[in-house]
Design a protein around this ligand. Structure first.
Ligand SMILES: [Zn+2]
Length: 335
């Protein structure tokens, strides 16, 4: 892309409010635009103050569409790639240890997965494995790019995820195709390896893998990094600034899962599936949100009523257009 085009594109993005942008993106009529990199970088700068030795990399400097936050914990770095809004602000986490990189999740849109692949290559260490946290399309579509970029690397997931992708993955891609065209994967990348629950050491880093059911998705991996005191919660926890995705009627059990996370002591930094890392207080704010969503769901006969009531209950949360998306899936499941 020519620099002048790039600058123009950024100017046009800046002229759109975040909600306007999302409405347009969700309406699928807009050609690709991304979150202004400076906005994401500013947000990341705030978060960079919260951990140990944290730093940021400015997306604007590299021409990158997504944003990257780097958190350092001694010899371990967590690189979080955050997609622009049209990619659902989904994260790919890259855990860089002494000799290798472990990648968690693969993005919704292929251009963003490409940015992840390019970024990993700059780290100069081999990819040890790719781990998929759950079977929602925004986390695995871009694995097509990552597995092409790193053809010898195995893809791991909890037992059951591969079956879900074989059963429903292609239909999910087909449903996104009218919206995203060739930016969505053309094939389903099915994990070939099962990630075991419990403690494992990978490249000298201790991971405690946990399996949760019936929360934001039917089956969700989480990982504790006990030495770094980081909880990788993926879509179990949402930012207090954004609407959570309530696509299935698992409200009660999701709150039970969040209570289980809440008792974990000392895990003050939580990396999440969407948006930048949060403080542990986000567990409580997610419980508050899910409790309210459950009540609204019980009182709402249709998706439109549910969506409007939920947006009215949390007027300050971003990603309001995603509430419509969630409501559509939530109410479709009843039929
Ligand atoms: Zn997600």
């Amino acid at each position: 892309m020519l620099p002048s085009n790039s600058r123009l594109q950024r100017l046009s993005q800046a002229a759109l409010s975040r909600s306007q942008f999302l409405q347009l993106a969700a309406g699928a009529l807009l050609p690709f635009v991304g979150l202004p990199p400076s906005a994401a970088a500013d947000k990341n700068s705030e978060l960079a103050q919260k951990g140990g030795a944290l730093g940021t990399k400015d997306a604007a400097a590299s021409g990158r569409m997504g944003a990257i936050l780097v958190s350092q914990f001694g010899p371990v770095k967590i690189h979080s790639y955050l997609s622009p809004l049209d990619g659902f602000q989904v994260n790919t986490q890259m855990i860089e240890g002494p000799t290798a990189v472990v990648i968690f999740d693969g993005q919704l849109l292929l251009p963003y997965a490409n940015e992840v692949a390019s970024y990993v290559q700059t780290l100069g260490k081999p990819v040890e494995r790719i781990i998929l946290s759950h079977a929602h399309t925004d986390h695995w579509s871009g694995l097509q790019v990552l597995t092409e970029s790193f053809p010898d690397v195995r893809v791991f997931a909890l037992d059951g995820i591969a079956d879900q992708l074989r059963a429903r993955g292609q239909a999910r891609l087909d449903s996104f195709r009218p919206i995203y065209g060739d930016r969505i994967a053309t094939k389903v990348t099915v994990p070939t390896e099962i990630i075991a629950e419990g403690v494992q050491r990978i490249d000298g880093i201790t991971y405690d893998f946990k399996r949760f059911v019936d929360a934001e998705s039917d089956l969700q991996l989480a990982a504790l990094l006990p030495e770094q005191k980081v909880l990788m919660a993926f879509d179990l926890v949402f930012s207090p600034n954004e609407h959570a995705f309530t696509v299935v009627d698992h409200f009660d059990h999701w709150m039970i899962v969040l209570d289980q996370l809440d008792v974990l002591q000392g895990y003050d930094t939580i990396t999440i599936g969407h948006d930048t890392p949060v403080h542990r207080s986000a567990i409580d704010s997610t419980i508050t949100y899910i409790k309210c969503a459950k009540e609204i769901h019980a009182a709402s006969a249709d998706a439109k009523t549910y969506s409007e009531s939920l947006k009215a209950a949390f007027p300050d949360r971003q990603l309001a257009s995603m509430v419509d998306f969630s409501a559509k899936l939530l109410y479709a499941a009843h039929r």
